[in-house]
Design a protein around this ligand. Sequence first.
Ligand code: WT7
Length: 653
Amino acid sequence: MAERNSGDIDDLLRETRRFPPSPAIRAQAHVRDEAIYEDAARDPQAFWARMAAELEWSRPWDAILDWQPPHAKWFVGGRLNASVNCLDRHLRGARRNKAAIVWEGEPGDRRTLTYFDLYREVSAFANVLKALGVRKGDRVAIYLPLVPELAVAMLACARIGAVHNVVFGGFSAESLRDRINDSTCRLLVTADGGYRRGHVVPLKQVADEAVAGAPSIEHVIVVQRIGAAAPVAMSPGRDRWYHELMADAPGACAPEPMDAEDMLYILYTSGTTGKPKGIVHTTGGYLVGTSATTKLVFDLRDEDVYWCTADIGWVTGHSYVVYGPLANGATCVMYEGAPDWPAKDRFWSIIERHGVTILYTAPTAIRAFMRWGAEWPARHDLSTLRLLGSVGEPINPEAWMWYHHHIGGDRCPVLDTWWQTETGAIMIAPLPGVTTLKPGSATRPFPGISAEIRNQRGDAVQVGGGLLALTRPWPSMLRGIYGDPDRFLRQYWSTWGPGVYVTGDGAKRDADGDFWLLGRVDDVINVAGHRLGTMEVESALVDHAGVAEAAVVGKAHEIKGQAIAAFVTLKEGIGMTPALADALKEHVVRKIGAIARPDDILFTADLPKTRSGKIMRRLLRDIAEGKALGDTTTLADPAVVARLKANYEEEYG
Ligand code: WT7
């Protein structure tokens, strides 16, 4: 699923149906012909400058780009404020009274904030932050459920020039603590809890545990989401209620004029080592990239009701729940909870209730819907939908076709969008009025983006498979890894020289020039659209007193794309019991969070290694997936693998 190879794509291409843009879509699209691609290719900087000109700048830029590979400065000398671009500038016309956020809580509660409401709330919270001593450049950690206050807190930081560091609400206390400490945040915004499948997630409790080990935190602001049902301990002097602070806060706050290259946020993401990387995004380029892609890929119109189902704790939520759509003045649906709560039609009921026109979700969700059956969407009127998007992992053609057939129907193009936390915005995706779609392909680079397939030697492959590289700078590109400039160079820019960005993904280009993503080629796995480092999970396992060594691989999973399989060797005298396997799973959840819970734990006396001592991950993956063993002659002890495989099959059949 998430793992596929070039041969599979060849087979696909022979059978694949093509979907050219329908006359109805073309007739209204912002972009209807190839000219935009040609113009952008001729002069990419001029193209981005045209996109940037759609934003509001308090000082114009002196130069579009200063590129000292791999260091880019975009819109040099320009000044702007992200919250002004997402809020204030919409207040001058009819958008003032338009819904900005249409929110549903999991229990069914609802809130709608107009652009004016959101502007007032953001300004007031900006004043709250200032009153607590937060200044331009300070880091603020945000650990919230998907409530409107999450967007408010981000935009309030942006308004005063503070740097937000949003941590997904499913991460553990330790993960939260490490992310706060790595960027020395002064303040934490959290909630008394959030709802997930009817249960209360005790965020404040987790936050307290994290803050106990985070000396830089001076204040904790607590949003009251649950109330009486989840009483929380408030530490006097340190903890303050959001609603109490907001009651006295003035609703206007002058925005800080930010340099285009001032930091907007840090977002931690997994890499190939045990330590997550703080990806740094700046203000001007990021806003240009996210606003331009939102407008053109989703072909946004003022009457749209746009729903990106991602949690704001991930980059998809930063770029396509908050900054991209709000910069475009869109009405954005937000939903706090699970797709099967209270029943398996929750998404479809939300679409019907709010008249959603654009749905942007993940293949893992689509595959879950397929499994639940087409009778669930069939109960609802989905006729308002006009565009469907997909992101997070390769979408398999079966899921694409199901999405097309059961959700969108013939009137809705299905847009697969490839990008990463590091790229900030969509890099490879169709434009609905122009591009002929192929189920399973993300099609072509966005205008102004230059993507190539390269072989190991670094030669560009015109047609065929290899490694995906981005060969030109783009405005929303990461500017660094917070506090770790060496890792930034090593990780992204050292393979083919400092001007070529290494994505970490394998891809194939077909004879039409369309791209087919094949999955990660490094030690990163993608579980239900969420990126995890195998080393992170391994470190969590080895942290357990009984574990000697661990090797973690992603194995193909029908719904999640990949699932975690862990091979574990125990210390002398520790018994390989099912109870210990469960305890190890819990240990990983406690260390990282529930998203990292291994599906399978297999105990083994030894791990298969090459003579140089490298763990043979591909072999482990094949074993976990029950595939053929292949050539094992390079193993230090070939008997090990045969034993592993036998054990594995016995356990998981
Ligand atoms: C990795 C980035 C982009 C926001 C969500 C994930 C994989 C993402 C696609 C796609 C194939 C995809 C890649 C990428 N990925 N979208 N449309 N087709 N693969 O952001 O956590 O930074 O993960 O997700 O492997 O490198 P992320």
